[in-house]
Structures are given as structure tokens and as C-alpha cells.
Design a protein around this ligand. Structure first.
Ligand code: FPP
Length: 277
């Protein structure tokens, strides 16, 4: 069983080139010394292509994808991220062949059944976003168990986006707000960005600073549409099963080199002004 707890080997790597760790001031430092993200979203794409390149069935790609996910959680702990959100099953993935849907459901069960104790020991708090009503009762039960068992944990928050779609999430929030308006609990002028944010599945989670997508595809695919308004994007040419600590660190280094302005202007840099004298 994989361990999520930082072992001596990972601890030794902290502080070495290419590694991310907390600075003495407690801020997250990225490779190269810049400031690292607090919340990273992962679009884990390319399992099918990884499998077909090897003449294997797609499920084998998803199985190897689960191993890569375990590695990503370990790396996120090592890199001191506060939140890691993983897109593990989209609201649109139901359109895949029935066997593949069944396999993905099976992998989710395996992940929670096999890894929950380790995640809990590593102080990981699990949170699930997405629509649960149409999931099998045993899967709903496991998702609830994962959240309940780990709810008091203080380490990494692992947000599992399962049966998740950004448009569906926004539509559900609008329905909630419409009901409140109809009941007279709010007035039209109460409806603003903050109110809508509070009605999303991610109400208590900060927006992602960085979204990484593997496989070379460059799109959001209905992932955290509202929350990604000011996220940075890094698109990696690796297929998800090949995503490892080095690829994660490289994405964080790229993030650290970005200038985030949130619609404003950069902080003034030191410039040397020639007076001509
Ligand atoms: C996209 O690759 C990946 C998914 C739809 C599922 C992601 C699942 C895992 C990483 C395994 C862990 C699973 C759970 C449920 C915890 P793709 O199949 O679209 O790849 P392709 O674009 O190459 O066909």
C-alpha cells in the first residue's frame, strides 16, 4: 500500500534544487525561489492514449493513472500545497462506454477503500465536489466516509471532483438563489459574486491559483469554470500516467515565473533611471 506520509527520502529532497518547500516565513516557495501556489487543480488527461500506445486496454491506463494520482498527492504534501483538486470523473464522462464507466467507478472505490487510512494518517482532509444524487449508494457512502473520517485534518485538502461539471455547479447555485429570492429571503440587489460563490460546491475552498492539464490538450473541459477566472494554466505534454514529481515541480516552477495581475498592473520593479548627467 502506498504511503502518503513524507518519508526520509522525500524530506531529504526538500531544499534541494528543483524542490518546493516552506520558506522560513511560512510561505510556500517554488523551484527557483518564487512564490508557489496554495491551490492546484489537476486535469488528469491522457490515460487512454497512454494505454493504446502500449496496446493495452483503456482500463490499464486508468489504473496507472490512479498510481500517478497517488504520487501527485504525495508530491502535493511535500510541496506544502494547501489544496489539490483532482478531476477524476466529469459530468460528461457518463457518455463513455458502459464498461469504462464501471471501471472508473471501481477505481474510485478502490482508491477510497485502500488509501483512506493512509490519507488520514498523512493528515489529509478529503472533500468531494460534484453531483452525488445519481451515484450508486455504495459510492455515495464511501465518499461520505472519506469526508467524515478526515474532516478534522489540518494538512493538505484533497478535493476530489467526481461526477463534477462547472456549468452544472453554476446552474445549481442559480437554482438555490432563485429559490431564496422567491421565498423573499433575499432581494435582487443581494445577488453578487460572493453570494454565488457561497452556493457553489467549493464555497469553503479558495480559487485555484494554478491549473495543470496533462496530455497536451489545452482546454478546461467544464472544470472549475467559475473558480478559474484568474487561475494560471500550465499545459504539459506528458500523458497522465507519466505525470510524476518532476513534472509537478516543473509546473510549479513555471507558475512561480508568472506575473499575476488579477486585472491590475504589476508591482513596480526597481528601475535604474539615467539622468544623462
Ligand atoms: C482522462 O483520460 C481521465 C479520466 C477521464 C479519468 C481520470 C482517472 C484517473 C486518473 C484514475 C483515478 C480514478 C479515480 C476515479 C480516482 P482519458 O481517458 O480521457 O484519456 P484519453 O484522452 O487519452 O483517451
Amino acid at each position: 500500500m502506498p504511503s502518503f506520509i513524507e518519508d526520509e527520502t522525500t524530506m531529504e529532497r526538500v531544499g534541494q534544487p528543483g524542490c518546493v518547500g516552506r520558506s522560513s516565513a511560512g510561505a510556500v516557495k517554488a523551484p527557483g525561489g518564487g512564490r508557489g501556489p496554495s491551490h492546484v487543480g489537476l486535469i488528469m488527461d491522457g490515460n487512454g492514449r497512454w494505454a493504446s500506445a502500449r496496446g493495452l486496454p483503456r482500463i490499464e491506463g486508468h489504473r496507472r493513472g490512479l498510481d500517478a494520482l497517488r504520487g501527485a498527492v504525495r508530491a502535493a504534501i511535500e510541496f506544502n500545497l494547501a489544496y489539490l483538486t483532482v478531476y477524476s470523473f466529469s459530468a460528461e464522462n457518463w457518455s463513455r462506454p458502459l464498461d469504462e464507466v464501471r471501471d472508473l467507478m471501481g477505481l474510485l472505490k478502490r482508491f477510497i477503500r485502500k488509501d483512506l487510512i493512509e490519507l488520514h494518517r498523512a493528515d489529509v482532509r478529503v472533500k468531494v465536489i460534484g453531483h452525488r444524487a445519481n451515484l450508486q449508494p455504495d459510492i455515495r457512502g464511501l465518499l461520505e466516509e472519506a469526508e467524515t473520517t478526515t474532516r478534522m485534518n489540518q494538512g493538505l485538502t484533497l478535493v476530489v471532483a467526481f461526477n463534477y461539471g462547472g456549468r452544472q455547479e453554476i446552474a445549481a447555485a442559480v437554482r438555490d438563489i432563485a429559490r431564496m429570492l422567491a421565498a423573499g429571503a433575499i432581494t435582487e440587489s443581494d445577488i453578487d459574486e460572493r453570494l454565488l460563490s457561497r452556493h457553489l460546491d467549493t464555497a469553503d475552498i479558495p480559487d485555484p491559483d494554478l491549473i495543470i492539464r496533462t496530455s497536451g490538450e489545452q482546454r478546461l473541459s467544464n472544470f472549475l469554470l467559475w473558480q478559474a477566472a484568474y487561475s494560471e494554466f500550465v499545459f504539459l505534454p506528458v500523458l497522465w500516467p507519466d505525470f510524476d514529481r518532476g513534472a509537478f515541480a516543473a509546473a510549479l516552477a513555471e507558475y512561480a515565473a508568472r506575473d499575476r495581475r488579477f486585472g491590475g498592473v504589476s508591482a513596480p520593479r526597481e528601475v535604474s533611471v539615467r539622468t544623462g548627467s
